[in-house]
Design a protein around this ligand. Structure first.
Ligand code: ATP
Ligand code: MG
Length: 452
């Protein structure tokens, strides 16, 4: 049941399980009024409905003085799905600690191996999470609960929640997971059951709509720069040395772009949003040949989803239905080798794929702080009876976002933005990525408005 009138434009209303009548057990904090709204200026990209940038009102995250649940009697559960990302354990820890220490929640259960953990046939044991067994988990990457891909029926999941008498489900995962969470929420609503479903968006690609920066992204960029630095060292260590680094980014090149800005050695950054050509006036290969003739080394950073238009698509999908991408690094190494070979230009290519190292490291200090906030805000939202929503930081403010808003589209690099222009200026690759239009929208990473 929606809590209030629909604002113009995006529907930011957050469903609630019912009226909040229980006094919060929190005694020491500034409470957020449920009537409060935070105006946030969204860019046309965020709005994605053809309208100009405008202020949209969002429900602020934070503790309410009256809550829906009698927290000492409620049981919570946490599930983590999809690929690994730095900071998942930090979010789990923050949820368990907040629930236990501040709301005195009766129990928090850990669902093992993603959505499979709800289905009895898999035989995964449920983990009891408490302040003792989560206290050190932020020191480690990955997820202590394990994860999986592949669909499970929302009806079966809600059956499992009802069997275990769970009142709150925290779902940590990416685009696919949040779509699954939405279906769980819809099934709960259809049954009229009082279970709160709260998401914490996880995407190392930073591609979830309206989520200005997802947790783990900062760590991923930091780790990616180490790989690029190594690629540069390899490149300068040989005549016509080429360092090639493949980074995550299936549909959005944020990690590649941000790592490029962080480390100035990158000469070409290839992202899914900007389909590059190998040959011709704007071709990568002739540009690379010119660069090598001039400087004798080059560093190329490529997002895994770049150059798919140049690859034959297998049409295969993973267990969750995600398309299996063609191998752009293989394409680049063979095409570069053939092109330079034909021109009698001896060269070496050193290829580095740091993806699994980046995904599995513990979060850095910034991401730890961020994950702590997300976990705490998720618990505040759940206890207040909110449901069908995620907690997120949007342009510097922690707010509640309905599932619909975060699953409607992927966030992508804006190739007309000052941010992307800064990336191109850093690499100097205007020969292969000419900017088509001028613009000055919000920087998609930091959320700052960048003006020319
Ligand atoms: P990542 O960022 O690592 O891709 P993700 O959450 O998108 O994370 P997926 O493997 O795509 O990872 O999905 C996680 C879970 O959500 C899987 O169990 C999957 O079956 C389920 N899921 C994905 N898409 C949907 C959908 N449209 N409807 C219902 N469930 C879905
Ligand atoms: Mg996904």
């Amino acid at each position: 049941m929606p809590s209030r009138a629909k604002p113009k434009g995006l529907d930011t209303r957050i469903p609630v399980l019912g009226p909040a009548k229980v006094e919060s057990p929190l005694t020491y904090c500034h409470f957020v009024s449920d009537e409060q709204r935070v105006p946030i200026r969204l860019s046309p990209e965020d709005l994605d409905d053809g309208s100009q940038e405008s202020d949209v009102l969002f429900e602020p995250a934070g503790p309410r003085d009256t809550i829906y649940f009698d927290s000492s009697k409620v049981k919570a559960a946490i599930v983590t799905c999809g690929g690994l990302c730095p900071g998942i354990n930090d979010v789990i820890r923050a949820i368990v600690m907040e629930a236990r220490h501040n709301y005195n929640v009766a129990a928090t259960l850990g669902i093992r191996y993603g959505l499979q953990g709800f289905i009895p046939e898999y035989g995964h044991q449920i983990m009891e999470l408490d302040h003792r067994n989560v206290s050190n988990i932020h020191e480690f990457g990955g997820t202590i609960l394990g994860s999986s891909r592949g669909p499970q029926k929302p009806e079966d999941i809600v059956d499992a929640l009802e069997r275990s008498n769970i009142g709150v489900l925290f779902v940590i995962g990416g685009d696919g997971t949040l779509k699954a969470a939405r279906k769980i929420y819809e099934e709960v609503t259809r049954r009229g059951t009082r279970i709160s479903v709260i998401g914490v968006p996880k995407t190392i690609d930073n591609d979830i709509s309206l989520v200005t920066q997802s947790f783990g992204f900062d760590t991923a960029v930091e780790k990616a720069t180490e790989a690029i630095r190594c690629a540069h060292t390899e490149a300068i260590g040989a005549k016509n040395g080429i360092g090639l680094v493949k980074l995550m980014g299936r549909e959005s090149g944020f990690i590649a772009a941000q790592a490029t800005l962080a480390l100035k050695e990158v000469n070409y950054v290839l992202v899914p949003e900007d389909p590059f050509e190998l040959h011709g006036e704007h071709g990568l290969l002739p540009a690379l040949e010119r660069r090598l003739a001039d400087r004798r080394h080059a560093v190329i950073v490529v997002a895994e989803g770049a150059g798919q238009h140049l690859l034959r698509q297998s049409g295969q999908t993973d267990a969750s239905g995600n398309l299996v991408l063609g191998d752009v690094a293989k394409l680049l190494t063979s095409e570069i080798g053939a092109y330079l070979g034909e021109r009698g230009m001896p060269h070496t290519i050193k290829y580095i794929d740091p993806s699994y190292i980046i995904r599995s490291v513990p979060a850095n200090a910034n991401d730890r702080v961020y994950c702590g906030f997300l976990g705490q805000f998720a618990v505040h939202a759940a206890m207040a009876g909110k449901t069908g929503m995620v907690v997120s930081k949007v342009y510097g403010r922690f707010v509640h976002l309905p599932f619909d808003l975060v699953t409607r589209r992927r966030k992508k690099l804006d190739l007309t933005s000052d941010y992307w222009r800064a990336v191109l200026e850093s690499t100097g690759q205007f020969a292969i990525s000419p900017m088509s239009k001028k613009g000055s929208p919000a920087c998609p990473i930091t959320g700052e408005m960048v003006r020319t």
